[in-house]
Design a protein around this ligand. Sequence first.
Ligand SMILES: Cc1ncc(COP(=O)(O)O)c(C=O)c1O
Length: 391
Amino acid sequence: MSDAPIAFIDLKAQRRRIGARMDEAILNVVESAAFIMGPQVAELEGKLAAFARSKHCLSCANGTEALVLPLMAWDIRPGDAVFCPSFTFAATAEVVPWLGATPVFVDIDPVTYNLDPAHLEATIEATIKAGKLKPKVIIAVDLFGQPADYPAIAAIAKKHGLKLIADSAQGFGCTLGGEHPTKWADVTTTSFFPAKPLGCYGDGGAVLTDDDVLMDVMVSLRVHGQATKRDVEAAGFTHDPKYLNMRIGMNSRLDTIQAAVLLEKLAIFPDEIEARNRVAARYADGLAGAVATPRVIDDGVSTWAQYVVETDKRDAVIAHLKARNIPTAVYYPIPIHQQAAYARFPVGPGGLPVTEAKAGVVMALPMHPYLSAADQDRVCAAVREAVFANA
Ligand SMILES: Cc1ncc(COP(=O)(O)O)c(C=O)c1O
């Protein structure tokens, strides 16, 4: 069997498929010189909204700022509680203290790694009882690509009058019962970081919502709090709305070149999601009995940002694969609530035992839509050898 290096995420394989079209799209932007807010940006926003069945889409500079834009628009501030998982990338929680508010960490479901609705409810109730923080927002994460339990989480949000954000940075394109997270969440966000299922050639992000007023405010916040159409009319302002600054905003535009890249990638994204699911199914067969393979929520379709398995022989398996030129990664070795910078923030009642246990046993294998059957067979054989040699 070959020992050639296998890519963890092979971004070059996609270029072999659409490279020529992509180069032309990028060159078009360069030649037009419309680097900022060129026509490709609005075209992409329209296509993303249609794809994810949302009324509006606002592109922005990255998936982190996609999370902070709605929080800023809702005026989240000191004394407010934002409930989120700790078993996630730091960005999910990081944006909350930016605004002086408090992330409150909730445990995850042991099968899907996504927010545990029962612990979410218990955490909200404990926060209300403690009386120190005002519950305002829930951020659910579509970890590793699969949708959170939105029907249950949205019912809890509704019961307590909370806003719901779907952080779909890893799961954009995932569905539950054929519906995108946009069906349940007030706001759905994503990241176009190159390694994401729908990634660009740099940083990028987007926010999706059906809420007209929220959209207006986020449009303003994205460009330094510039006046919205409504603001301009109310103020009778006749100059460029950029110079009527209604709120404290930021600069979070998506570059036109990245929008052009994403338009090409979005065209093949449904096909790539299918390919990712074929790769995942082949892994599930090849790894059965050796490690715990992932399970997707009933009626869910994952975009498989990561293919994460569990084994209590993790170090041995990682070393065995590394020696055979097969890369792996651990998402996440230290949950956010155990990171020093986040240690002062509260966790739900009983702590986060599932989160802490998972951090010790999860590992991700190479995953991308163009992973060949032969390479997958090599990965599976190496995992089996490592597990059974260490049995
Ligand atoms: C769950 C999650 N949320 C937010 C982000 C932030 O996205 P970005 O890196 O584009 O800021 C990421 C990824 O990086 C992520 O995995």
